[in-house]
Design a protein. Structure first.
Lengths: 513, 184
């Protein structure tokens, strides 16, 4: 961030807007306040993290030993399918939208999101979409089980899909509409609601990464919606987009799907970069290195720029290491590993060995769990004191970190070996030579799953008062040099920036221009 | 800028972005013809019923030193009410030798049925070495109510088939396309 507040007449603003949140539960349903909606998104995402996590525990329990122990194969396949859908669309994406809702207006000096009513609708459509999806668990034919990518022809066959397929398609429609409305709102907020003195290149990197993500969402979510609509009409209205008998081609689906699917991974990772770029400089006590190049790098989604930036962050020295910083460092290291395994897959002849094995499972979990999930945790630790006015319990936070960071490797690292040895993904049983590493992986999985209960405890504990230590407005030393929200009182008042803040360029902003 | 101006600007931008989203939904559908065009440029090989060509009967030199096992599989997609099987489960051939395998198919309904067989090879690269001289898969097959047919497939394996392939699986799936061909 590149500016500080010169004058901000908080008391004055509060006098004019002294009405706080509405009383009662109805507040949470009809609210248009960006902080309330941000909280709803974050809590909903946390709940879905545990729902999706429970499904992962069922998967790892079944894979603990060779043979079929707990669940039948169709239900196992439902679990892998639903785990992915719930984690991607119910947990990771909504969590980042929640952060955007809370932080973007605070960081750019806007009183609220540009379209507050639409904001409310986005959230409740998300809930409706996820509930519609979850309701398929109670169909007699079970939840979707042909994989979250919905590949035809498998997904069109009644034996694999039962009655769940149209539910899943309409759920994707709702989730898509919700994401698109959220994205439109974020773009409108960033373009039109900034404090008058804040230029685009003054915005914190988190805001920039979300702006680019929002454009990606608008570009690709409709394509995904279109692809699943084609599946729906192929299934029920005798079109032949993917039906070979009618002149269609199942491979066409994969092309359309990955037009969405590849940008989708950036949708989940760009805000991650944004949060990491926010936390690390605060703890490193250095301004972000190469701000404008990061903006351009993010714009061009250049992965190597990211590594270069991380390298520069390491060398500046990091004197303090609270829990947010620990999670951020783990992200930099582990995400890089996920990136390298990705490079291995890009070697086409070698990919024949990796394709549809546990190597792929290990790769994308390394890019998602220690990246998006760890950074979301880091964001929680970083901003919870600001949002609630209470400090979290640092000891338990560090315990949560070390348990998570170690167990996530015990969980996913052996899956590289399993994949290279030829264990296929999405199969509930395996040959006995895979038994040892699967058991190790499952043990890691159970420890990782259980450790997340510590995070749940910390979130609840912090909301209720935490350590009782009163946090300062800055929370983290000199944080206000990096971004606007740290100049506001802690906890953040219900209404903020009703008068736009005045910005004065700091040394850093002069440096970066 | 007054509050009213800002909300007008917001609404305008939102409308524009919404239009982009709708446009992208259309783009998803536009990818269908784009895909066809790209495939016709021969960058991407793919098997389509229209592409299956009848091969001329060439007198190859039979390679007696090699034996290739061919497995014949038959499948029906879920909505095709037929019986369908190959007369042999497998056949051991020498490259360059001509063979004919008969397939049996029966319409199990009381209605006229038009069906089309789609081939699939495993490993997929085999398809260009597996030359069909005569095949029921070249055309749509029309079945009278409850009619049963025995249909030949005459083929040769091109002796240029690389050494490492010893077993080939040829699978046919019959698709009921009555509705589509009636519309035509």
């Amino acid at each position: 961030m590149s500016a500080v507040v010169a004058e901000h007449d908080d008391h004055h603003a509060d006098e004019h807007h002294d009405h706080g949140p509405a009383k009662g539960l109805l507040r949470w349903i009809i609210t248009t306040n960006h902080k309330d909606i941000g909280t709803l998104y974050l809590l909903f995402a946390l709940a879905m993290f545990f729902v999706g996590g429970t499904m992962a525990m069922i998967i790892r329990a079944e894979l603990f030993e060779p043979g079929l122990q707990f669940v039948d194969p169709a239900f196992f396949n439902s679990m892998t399918t639903m785990h992915a859908l719930v984690m991607v669309f119910g947990a990771v994406m909504p969590a980042f939208v929640g952060l955007a809702n809370w932080q973007i207006p605070l960081m750019i000096g806007a009183p609220d999101m540009a379209l507050p009513r639409m904001n409310n609708m986005s959230f409740w459509l998300l809930v409706a979409g996820v509930l519609l999806l979850a309701s398929t668990l109670f169909l007699e034919t079970g939840a979707p089980n042909a994989g979250w990518t919905f590949y035809p022809p498998l997904v069109l066959q009644p034996i694999t899909v039962g009655k769940a397929m149209p539910f899943a398609v309409f759920a994707v429609h709702l989730l898509g509409i919700s994401s698109i409305m959220g994205a439109i709102n974020i773009i409108a907020t960033i373009f039109n609601m900034r404090a008058p003195t804040m230029k685009m290149m003054d915005m914190p990197l988190f805001v920039w990464t979300w702006l680019i993500t929002a454009f990606l969402l608008i570009a690709v979510m409709p394509v995904f919606a279109g692809a699943v609509t084609m599946l729906l009409t192929d299934k029920f209205f005798h079109t032949s987009f993917f039906n070979a008998a009618g002149g269609g081609d199942p491979v066409l689906y994969q092309h359309i799907f990955w037009f969405f699917g590849h940008p989708e991974v950036y949708i989940m990772i760009l805000p991650t970069f944004g949060v990491a770029s926010t936390i690390i400089p605060v703890f490193a006590r250095k301004p972000l290195f190469g701000y404008s190049s990061m903006v351009w790098a993010t714009g061009s989604i250049a992965f190597f720029s990211f590594i270069v930036w991380a390298h520069h962050m390491f060398t500046v020295g990091m004197p303090i290491a609270g829990t947010p910083m620990l999670f951020s460092i783990a992200f930099v290291v582990l995400f890089t590993m996920g990136g390298f395994t990705g490079l291995m897959m890009a070697i086409a002849p070698a990919d024949f060995q990796y394709h549809d094995t546990y190597f792929i499972v290990a790769h994308f979990h390394y890019t998602l769990v220690p990246a998006s999930i760890f950074i979301l945790m880091a964001a929680g630790y970083f901003w919870l004191p600001k949002w609630t006015g209470h400090m979290y319990n640092e000891k338990i936070g560090q315990l949560h970190f070390w348990l998570s960071a170690i167990s996530v490797n015990v969980l996913f690292f052996p899956q590289h070996f399993l994949g290279l040895a030829g264990m296929p993904r999405r199969i509930p049983d395996y040959a006995v030579q895979f038994a040892d590493w699967n058991m190790v992986s499952s043990i890691g999985g159970f420890i990782f799953g259980a450790s997340q209960l510590l995070f749940l405890y910390i979130v609840i504990d912090t909301i209720k008062g935490g350590t009782g230590e009163k946090v300062t407005n800055e929370v983290w030393e000199d944080a206000s040099k990096h971004s606007l929200e740290w100049t506001l009182p802690s906890p953040v008042p219900y209404h903020t920036w009703t008068t736009p803040p005045l910005l004065v360029p700091t040394e850093h902003v002069l440096d970066s221009h | 800028m007054s509050e009213e101006d800002v909300s007008k600007k917001n609404a305008k931008l939102a409308r524009m972005l919404l239009l982009v989203a709708v446009g992208m939904f259309g783009f998803g559908y536009a990818l269908v013809p784009i895909y066809d065009v790209l495939c016709e440029w021969k960058w991407i090989e793919r098997d389509r019923p229209d592409d299956i060509k009848k091969a001329p009967e060439v007198a190859y030199k039979v390679d007696m030193s090699r034996e290739i096992t061919i497995e014949f599989m038959t499948t029906l997609n879920e909505s095709t009410p037929m019986e369908f099987r190959a007369e042999k489960k497998q056949l051991i051939v020498h490259p360059g030798e001509y063979h004919t395998v008969n397939y049996y198919a029966k319409n199990k309904t009381d209605k006229l049925m038009v069906a089309r067989a789609i081939a699939s090879f495993s490993p997929a690269v085999i398809s260009s070495f597996f030359e069909k001289i005569q095949c029921f898969c070249f055309d749509e097959q029309t079945f009278q109510p409850n009619e049963a047919k025995t249909m030949p497939m005459r083929f040769v394996i091109n002796p240029e088939l690389p050494e490492q392939y010893k077993t080939i699986t040829l699978s046919y799936t019959f698709f009921d396309i009555t509705e589509k061909s009636v519309k035509k």
